[in-house]
Write a protein that binds this ligand. Structure first.
Ligand code: ME8
Length: 636
């Protein structure tokens, strides 16, 4: 039955941190998707919320000297206010401490107990508290730090050893059913490349999953054994069903779960298995997005580069930031956030390309006494071409949006806006206005029809701005109308009543870059100052790592062959074998000291040195150039 509905969810966020650019991004994608579906006349349910139980939250609350409940209560408004500021119009904000959710989780466990899917045993192994997950040393690629401690393969932080009584969910019993499901639903995970890691994980053999914690008291008491609490992921994943419990028959299955790549296993393996055990249908799709990196690093509190979304909105405008995030980040990859790019995109796409087109068209028309623009009956050839391009623009936008390639959809749409600008300039309407009133009206009408379509297509991304744009040409957005059909038909039969907006739609952003750069550097104790000619003695070169091999007898060193262009291919040793995998270095361009005296190392000779930087978590990051340059290029 086609219910013409769309149920979209975000991860529910842990309350140990405030909202940041990463959590904003997931929630924004959900809002854009929700609005895109509303435009098509669908009934939409958009769910977000907070994940409040578990060890991580309990530990953070203890550090702060408050109860976990009090910490959650104080964090939730930060999320709600930030989402409101960003016009994220969710239908429900669920908290895992809500009574109806706890009841749903208890009923779920009881059902599993009744049908024999849960048994009591003992967990002894490793646990990652930041990720709230059990890590199997034997089957995962677990590395150790310099002191020999195990590190989480997912987040790189220290693992905790654990040994306690636990209830287990018979996950292994669902392995075949899961594999069959993935085979029958090849589009379950978007982008597709992410599906492979899931399928190979499941095929490699699933172990039963510990579903309770005895040493964590901050959680939902385990039915029948209140000394245990429900494992936080068993609790959290069920939120997607708890939230729509009363209307489950209508909304379930979810049409789209939006998640970051860090939590794919929970959503693509455990959650489907939990649902199979519950006898419920599986969600239709998972949209898995990459990380937002700031200056090429994952945002984290310890690195201190968590960009505050509220500050960004105050500086640049809410919808400008919305646009940038959706336009800049390619959903299927990690994407770099930078203020410079943000300012660039606002200037070029929004202020120059779209905003100016609107201003110039309206000003010119009104200055020439044209306020009400009537539809044209027979169009000139250039207008016909633009009309066709408008239809094409919708088709490719529709395709991009419906396949969750939002950034490509926006890139294409702005190409169309550029074409409208080209049309506008080529027609020279400021000359035509004096000579041929009819043709002048046609040009203005064609631009207005194009702007009308663009405004509707962009509405999911910049709702208020696009409503304002529509008002400037005498139209209003009517939710409930089927704009899919309107834009597909692309009938250029509208009348426009032009009105100058009080303020420009997209003012040029005031640059914040200098202000940030001018900030005095924190005083640090460091080496003495040197003169420029001292620096000139050091030859820093760009080179590509063509091979990277472990060195026998050393667990620290790699032997690299580095292509330094005119300086030839050199052997250079780097002491990062414990910290980086060869594939993290291979084929990449790095920065090398080229004129270091050759040094003997492990019976061989190193002809240079590779540069690395330590991040706030103590991991080494290689240094590189922002774009490809010739090997052997000198830095300075
Ligand atoms: O994992 N870039 O919550 P969480 C992009 N409570 N997205 C990012 C990001 C970044 N740098 N950092 C975080 C949890 N995210 C669980 C979820 S769901 C039943 C339970 C986003 O607060 C991304 O969506 O750690 C990621 O999956 C989510 O925040 C993790 O949020």
């Amino acid at each position: 039955m086609n219910k013409n509905k769309f149920y979209v969810t975000t991860p529910i966020y842990y309350v140990n941190a405030k909202p940041h650019l990463g959590t904003l991004y997931s929630t924004l994608l959900a809002d854009v998707t929700a609005r895109w579906n509303k435009l098509q006349g669908k009934k939409v349910f958009f769910l977000t919320g907070t994940d409040e139980h578990g060890q991580k939250v309990a530990e953070r609350a203890a550090e702060l000297g408050v109860t976990p409940q009090a910490m959650a209560d104080s964090q939730v408004p930060h999320f709600q206010e930030a989402w409101k500021k960003y016009e994220l119009e969710y239908d429900k904000f669920i908290r895992t401490t809500d009574g109806y959710h706890k009841k749903n989780v208890i009923e779920w466990i009881e059902k599993l107990q009744d049908q024999g899917d849960i048994y009591k045993s003992h967990y002894s192994g490793w646990y990652c508290v930041p990720d709230e997950r059990f890590v199997t040393i034997a089957s995962e690629e677990v590395e150790k730090d310099e002191s020999g401690n195990y590190l989480c393969p997912q987040c790189g932080r220290l693992l905790t050893e654990m040994s306690e009584e636990s209830y287990f969910f018979r996950l292994s019993a669902y392995q075949d059913q899961l594999v069959k499901f993935y085979e029958e639903h090849p589009n379950f995970i978007t982008p597709k490349e992410r599906a492979n890691e899931v399928i190979s994980f499941v095929k490699s053999g699933l172990e039963d999953l510990s579903i309770s914690r005895k040493t964590v008291s901050w959680g939902i008491p385990f039915p029948g054994d209140p000394k245990h609490t429900v494992y936080v992921w068993g609790d959290a994943l069920n939120n997607y069903v708890s939230a729509i419990k009363g209307e489950r028959d209508f909304w379930w299955p979810a049409d789209l779960h939006i998640i970051g790549k860090d939590i794919i296993r929970f959503h693509a393996v455990y959650w489907p298995a939990f649902l199979m055990a519950s006898g419920l249908e599986l969600p239709k799709k998972l949209l898995v997005h990459g990380y937002i990196l700031v200056d090429e690093q994952k945002m984290s509190k310890s690195i201190g580069n968590v960009v505050d979304p509220v500050k960004l909105a105050d500086w640049y405008g809410v919808e400008q930031v919305r646009y940038y995030l959706v336009r800049q980040m390619s959903v299927n990859q990690d994407g770099n956030f930078s203020l410079k790019d943000l300012e660039g995109k606002i200037s070029s796409d929004l202020a120059n390309n779209l905003g100016n087109l609107l201003n110039r068209t309206i000003t010119l028309a009104l200055n020439n006494g044209l306020e009400t623009v009537s539809p044209v009956e027979i169009m000139e050839a250039d207008g016909v071409v633009l009309h066709e391009k408008c239809e094409e623009a919708f088709r490719s936008y529709w395709d991009g949006m419906n396949h969750y390639r939002y950034h490509l959809a926006l890139t294409d749409l702005f190409k169309f806006v550029s074409e409208v600008n080209v049309y506008f300039h080529a027609q020279k309407p400021w000359v035509v206005a004096k000579e041929n009133k009819e043709l002048f009206e046609e040009i203005i009408s064609s631009v207005c029809h194009s702007l009308y379509s663009v405004a509707i297509m962009l509405w999911p991304v910049m709702p208020k701005k696009m409503e304002e744009l529509l008002r400037c040409i005498g139209h209003e957005l009517e939710l409930g109308a089927n704009y899919d059909e309107v834009l597909r038909k692309n009938l250029w039969n509208k009348t426009f009543v032009l009105k100058k907006s009080k303020e420009s739609l997209f003012p040029k952003p005031e640059s914040r870059l200098e202000k940030i750069e001018e900030k005095p550097a924190e005083k640090e104790i460091g080496p003495e100052e040197i003169a420029i000619n001292d620096f000139a003695k050091v030859e820093l070169l760009v080179g590509t790592i063509v091979s990277c091999d472990p060195v026998e007898g050393s667990d620290k060193l790699y032997k690299l062959s580095v292509d330094l262009g005119k300086r030839g291919i050199r052997t250079i040793f780097a002491g990062v074998a414990k910290l980086l995998k060869p594939e993290e270095l291979l084929k990449k361009q790095g920065i090398f000291v080229g004129n270091l005296k050759p040094r003997k190392m492990m019976g061989d000779v190193s002809h240079g040195m590779m540069l690395f930087a330590k991040d706030g978590d103590g991991n080494f990051q290689m240094t590189t150039v922002a774009g490809p340059v010739d090997n052997g290029a000198r830095l300075g």
